[in-house]
Design a protein around this ligand. Structure first.
Ligand SMILES: C[S@@+](CC[C@H](N)C(=O)[O-])C[C@H]1O[C@@H](n2cnc3c(N)ncnc32)[C@H](O)[C@@H]1O
Ligand SMILES: Nc1nc2[nH]cc(C(=O)O)c2c(=O)[nH]1
Ligand code: SF4
Ligand SMILES: [Mg+2]
Length: 210
C-alpha cells in the first residue's frame, strides 16, 4: 500500500498502529484473574511520568496493521479481548470493535478517557490522568474507575474523579508500581475507611506474566 493509502486507512480505523498482542490474565481491576487477549495500540500524548509502557508513546514506531489481521489473531484465543495502549482512543475504534463483536468476542478497553469515545465497549475501564482529564462521555459510560496512587494527593484526585463518574462505576485505587511499598498500606487504610473503594493490584507483575 502507498503511504497515503495507509495514512487514510489509519484515519478510518481500518488499520491501527499495533505495538503488541498477547494472551494473558487480566491483572488489574474488576476482571482481575480472567483470561483475555490483549491488543496494545501505539500512540499516547498524555505523558504520565510513571507510565509503565513508555515504548508505546510514539505511534510511528508501531506498524499500521489491518484490523482484520488483529481480529483473526484475537479470535484464536479467549472470548474476551482487552484493547489498551498507548491511548487507544486516539484512534477511531469503530471498525476494530465492530469486527471483534462480529466474532462474538467481548470487548474491553483500558483508557485514560482523554479523547472522544469511539467504538462499542462491553467493559470500559477509565483510568483518569491529571495531565489530561477525561471527556464527559468517558465518565458517563465507565464501568470501572481505576485511579493510580503515586502520592497522598492522589487520594484527593481520586475523590474528585469519583464525583464525576456515573454512579454505577465500580471504584478502584491502584498503587503506582514504583511506589508500591509506600502507597499500598495507605490504600489499604483508605479503603477500610472509605469502603466505596476497592483495592486493585497489578497482579500480572507478581505472577511474572505479560
Ligand atoms: C499503560 S495504560 C494504557 C491505557 C491508557 N493509556 C490508560 O492509561 O488507561 C494501562 C493501565 O496501566 C496503568 N498504569 C500505567 N503505568 C502504571 C504504573 N506505573 N503503576 C500502576 N499502574 C499503571 C494505567 O493507569 C492504566 O490503567
Ligand atoms: N496482565 C495484564 N493485565 C493488564 N491490565 C491492564 C493492562 C494494560 O497495560 O492496559 C495490563 C497488562 O499489561 N497486563
Ligand atoms: S495515559 Fe496510559 S499509556 Fe499514556 S502515559 Fe498515561 S499510563 Fe501511559
Ligand atoms: Mg500494563
Amino acid at each position: 500500500m502507498l503511504n497515503k493509502e495507509v495514512q487514510l486507512a489509519v484515519e478510518k480505523g481500518d488499520m491501527l498502529p499495533l505495538m503488541e498482542e498477547f494472551y494473558t490474565i487480566q491483572g488489574e481491576g474488576f476482571h482481575t484473574g480472567t483470561a483475555a487477549y490483549f491488543i496494545r495500540i501505539g500512540g499516547c500524548d498524555v505523558g504520565c511520568h510513571w507510565c509503565d509502557v513508555k515504548e508505546s508513546w510514539n505511534a510511528a514506531l508501531h506498524p499500521p496493521t489491518e484490523t482484520d489481521i488483529i481480529v483473526a489473531n484475537a479470535k484464536k484465543y479467549a472470548d474476551t479481548v482487552v484493547v489498551t495502549g498507548g491511548e487507544p482512543l486516539m484512534w477511531d475504534m469503530h471498525v476494530l470493535t465492530s469486527k471483534l463483536k462480529e466474532q462474538n468476542l467481548k470487548v474491553h478497553i483500558e483508557t485514560s478517557g482523554a479523547y472522544e469515545v469511539t467504538g462499542s465497549w462491553d467493559w470500559f475501564c477509565l483510568s483518569p490522568k491529571k495531565n489530561k482529564l477525561p471527556v464527559q462521555s468517558a465518565y458517563d459510560i465507565a464501568n470501572e474507575l481505576k485511579v493510580i496512587i503515586y502520592n497522598k494527593h492522589d487520594f484527593i484526585f481520586a475523590e474528585e474523579q469519583a464525583a464525576k463518574v456515573n454512579p454505577n462505576a465500580i471504584l478502584f485505587l491502584q498503587p503506582e508500581w514504583s511506589k508500591n511499598a509506600e502507597m499500598t498500606p495507605l490504600i489499604v487504610d483508605y479503603v477500610m475507611q472509605n469502603p466505596k473503594w476497592r483495592v486493585s493490584l497489578q497482579t500480572h507483575k507478581y505472577l511474572n506474566i505479560p
